[in-house]
Design a binder for this molecule. Sequence first.
Ligand code: CMP
Length: 227
Amino acid sequence: MNKTELLKAVSLFWDLKDEELGYIADKMISKKFENGNLIFLEESEGENLFFVVEGSVKITRLSKDGREVILAMLNAGDFFGEMSLLDGEARSANVIALEKTEVLILNRHDFLEVLHNYPQIAIQLLKEMTSRLRKSDRQIVSLSLSDAEKRIALCIIRFADEQGMIRNGKVTVPKVPIQQDIANMAGTSRETVSRAMGLLAEEKYIERHGRELIILDYKNFIKEFDS
Ligand code: CMP
């Protein structure tokens, strides 16, 4: 697929016409990463904006005692690296590929020019940043819960929200993160994630087929764990 086609999946550009997308695509370069590759490091200088066109990444920071804390996971169609470009500060977090991942990269100068020429992108950017703030707010509240099973259930709701497909009241999440990454998001251990997922399956809240996860009655799941 050419760069313009790849950019069609990026929510930031949904309001743009093909020729406008082509103009932006011409300014971008593509880069590929393997699972576990560091895309950039927290505190480094930020000069570029990244668009995920294939694969997924995790946004992480290290806690004082050296544990990885996952702030978010981003999939194809998402972008990252905008914070440093907008406020001129260092990178706020590490970004690591979670699988084979392709990104398109736009430099600061071109990003600012594109924002100036297509102000509707700024509106989409604000919408996305607001959505991220809401998710972070939810995560802060969730992390203050003492019940690890509930924190894990809230992570599952987040995955459903971000990549789920709903059908007849069931939500299918095609690829849930590995258990260690869910643990690092929910502030618990991999063993607890394994136990909690087992319990949720036993209680018929979820079904698992490899990395695919199905929430069997989404409304009920939300009522049970997010109210
Ligand atoms: P920047 O600070 O340039 O580099 C790290 C990037 O991670 C940041 O820009 C955002 O794009 C992204 N990021 C940081 N915090 C979050 C979050 N809570 N949710 C989603 N993305 C984030």
